[in-house]
Ligand binder design. Structure first.
Ligand code: HGY
Ligand code: MN
Ligand code: MN
Length: 438
């Protein structure tokens, strides 16, 4: 083991005021791509603004000697080869945002990953040792799933959970496919990364909490130990288009009335599991959406999220029962399709422990935490040992322009990520190979 004094010396060199201000300057730059008037960003997957943010990141990485490549679904990688032939630790998050989203969700994690990798490389250069693992910064394509479903698309293709062709053929509401939109901004690559040419040995991601726990507990770093489960549904309520004034009430097959009852029902279902079940209908598309026409069809996207898998089974059963009753009451037909799901699951204990020791050595206040939101790490943890970190979110607000994390918390996160990455690159995460710490 490296002597304590050496560790502290190398840790200190990553935690300097000039490193902090370099990070904050780059973060301000990153936040200009798709900036909204209200302090957020609007940078949905495969849009022009998204392409601009990515070109800027690619330039940043290339300018520091990283080899930049996109894979066939458009995940963007910046490879840093420290030890030829060694497997890679992947580190990143996502640059896409929700419509009128916050500037921290995803983008913080990508930029923090880039800075952490650059700092770790500098340490290796200074002390001349060899890393056990190479490092690749990654910006996963379409984590948000607002424009193209499902969410976490790039990491799902990477981990083999989603078929590449299906993903490329997925269309947005305007009928534009992922293939078309990503080709238009020149963000699709031809390589199949993650198989023969790059062996992934571990994954690391840092993200804002999107919850209030760290803020309430005055804690710097969340060590994500597990994830909530989720079921996402695409529902079609089918009625019959008719006149809002002239049609007799008993003749109406009002799809929007049926949809409204479903919206209220999922809220009722959440109320039967206080604190353990979160539900919402986030999107409602009404056809033909005219003020004086009874809707003939409504498409809706709704989520059931829960701390425990059995609750999800029970909630889905409730949802189906309620939909059957609504079909009779509103005289409509309801087609319910589960479009995406993941189960409540643990992150590898070794990763949580390594992160805990790292936070302790850095003097950062830390606690174990669960993620309620999905992340690319939700996919990656099923493939390789994965460590996920959180930093505080003011008020827990996210998917909103009001999302906010203070500068010192952002900088603590990068310091923590750098030290954790240095230890993983040195092989200190169980399940990967080991070598000297930089
Ligand atoms: O949780 C979500 O649905 C998103 O993909 N982060
Ligand atoms: Mn995110
Ligand atoms: Mn998000």
């Amino acid at each position: 083991l490296t002597a304590r004094a050496d560790i502290e010396q190398s840790m200190d060199s990553s935690r300097s005021p000039s490193n902090d201000s370099a990070f904050l300057d780059d973060f301000a730059m990153m936040s200009t791509f798709g900036a909204t008037g209200g302090g957020g960003v609007d940078r949905q997957a495969a849009t022009l603004e998204y392409g601009r943010a990515r070109k800027w990141l690619a330039g940043w990485l290339a300018g520091r000697g990283f080899r930049v490549e996109r894979d066939r679904i458009g995940n963007l990688f910046g490879f840093l080869e420290l030890t030829p032939g060694a497997p890679y630790v992947l580190i990143g998050s996502h640059l896409d945002s929700q419509p009128r989203g916050g500037r921290f969700d995803g983008a913080y994690g990508v930029l923090a990953a880039a800075h952490a990798t650059d700092r770790v490389r500098n340490r290796y250069q200074r002390n001349g040792t060899r890393a056990a693992l190479n490092i690749a910064v990654v910006d996963w394509f379409n984590e948000e799933g607002s424009r193209f479903q499902p969410s976490m698309m790039g990491s799902a293709v990477f981990t083999g959970k989603l078929d590449l062709e299906n993903a490329l053929n997925t269309s947005d509401a305007g009928g534009i496919s992922v293939r078309e939109a990503m080709s238009a901004i020149d963000e699709l690559g031809s390589n199949r990364i993650g198989s023969e040419n790059v062996v992934a040995a571990a994954y690391v991601e840092i993200h804002i909490e999107q919850g209030k726990t760290l803020e309430k507990e005055a804690t710097d770093i969340g060590l994500v130990a597990s994830t909530w489960a989720a079921n996402k549904y695409e529902i079609e309520v089918l009625g019959a288009q008719s006149h809002t004034g002239a049609t007799d009430m008993e003749d109406r097959q009002d799809a929007l009335y049926g949809a409204a009852l479903v919206v209220a029902a999922v809220r009722d279902i959440a109320d039967t599991f206080p604190g353990q079940l979160h539900t919402s209908c986030g999107q409602l598309t009404v056809f033909p959406n005219s003020p004086n026409t009874v809707a003939g069809k409504v498409r809706m996207h709704l989520d059931l999220r829960t701390s425990d898998d059995p609750i999800l089974v029970e909630a889905e059963r409730n949802l189906r029962q309620r939909c059957a009753a609504i079909e009779l009451k509103a005289n409509v037909k309801i087609d319910t399709r589960r479009s995406h799901s993941w189960s409540a699951n643990h992150y590898q204990l070794e990763g949580v422990e390594l992160a805990r020791r790292t936070a302790e050595d850095l003097g950062l206040r830390h606690m174990e935490i669960r993620t309620r939101a999905g992340h690319d790490s939700t996919n990656m943890k099923d493939l390789v040992p994965t460590v996920m970190l959180f930093i505080p979110s003011v008020g827990g607000i996210s998917h909103s322009e009001l999302e906010y994390t203070a500068d010192p918390d952002l900088c603590n996160g990068v310091t923590m990520l750098t030290e954790l990455l240095a230890r993983i690159a040195a092989g200190e995460l169980a399940g990967t190979v080991s070598g000297p710490r930089p």
